[in-house]
Design a protein around this ligand. Structure first.
Ligand code: HEC
Length: 157
């Protein structure tokens, strides 16, 4: 094989590997592949709603009670939905969910249930508009993200 050919092959192979890592395999119709897609979608939306609240907490953007509350409500709904993404046992290429999730499913389920409870509490506090109560509720949720990722989400490849 000519050197240019080899380089092209390497370039194409890594491009494909990158796509699979970033977005999963969209053509994967297996139950595991579909569940991974569900997780990418639901956590993508979770990130979408979590970000603006974080900016307000950090003072990066002005606090707006209605916007904050709308995001908190959406997050609480999504935290309930997220539990569906782990019903099918196993993981696929492109997914960062660790096998450990299904090896200790009871412990994982307790954690994700607590996440749902804490997001519901945040949504309730958000309606008060009282930052002294909102902030600790938000930090609790942020800690849930961090702890769960530390235990159950693989590092980016
Ligand atoms: C109970 C565990 C758990 C909690 C709590 C959790 N996550 Fe995750 N998150 C995961 C796992 C597992 C993945 C990897 C899913 C996969 O790749 O199959 C993930 C993936 C993600 C992703 C990447 C989505 C994609 O494109 O694949 C984002 C963004 C994310 N989480 C944000 C958050 C935020 C923000 C919070 C808190 C508000 C949060 N997560 C709470 C377990 C959790």
């Amino acid at each position: 094989m000519k050197l240019s050919r080899i380089l092209l092959t390497i370039a194409l192979t890594s491009a494909v590997a990158f796509t699979a890592t970033a977005h999963g395999d969209k053509k994967d119709k297996s139950p595991e592949g579909q569940a991974a897609k569900y997780r990418h979608n639901v956590f993508g939306m979770i990130g979408y709603h979590f970000g603006p609240m974080g900016d307000m907490i950090k003072g990066k953007s002005d606090y707006n009670k209605d916007t904050f509350s709308k995001n908190a409500d959406a997050l609480a709904s999504l935290a309930v939905l997220a539990q569906n993404g782990f019903e099918v046992e196993g993981t696929v290429k492109g997914s960062r969910a660790k096998k450990k999730i299904w090896e200790e499913k009871d412990k994982f389920d307790a954690g994700i249930k607590m996440f749902a409870d804490n997001t519901a509490a945040l949504a309730t506090q958000a309606k008060s508009g009282d930052m002294a109560a909102i902030k600790p509720a938000f930090l609790k949720v942020a800690d849930d993200c961090k702890q769960c990722h530390k235990s159950y989400r693989a590092k980016k490849k």
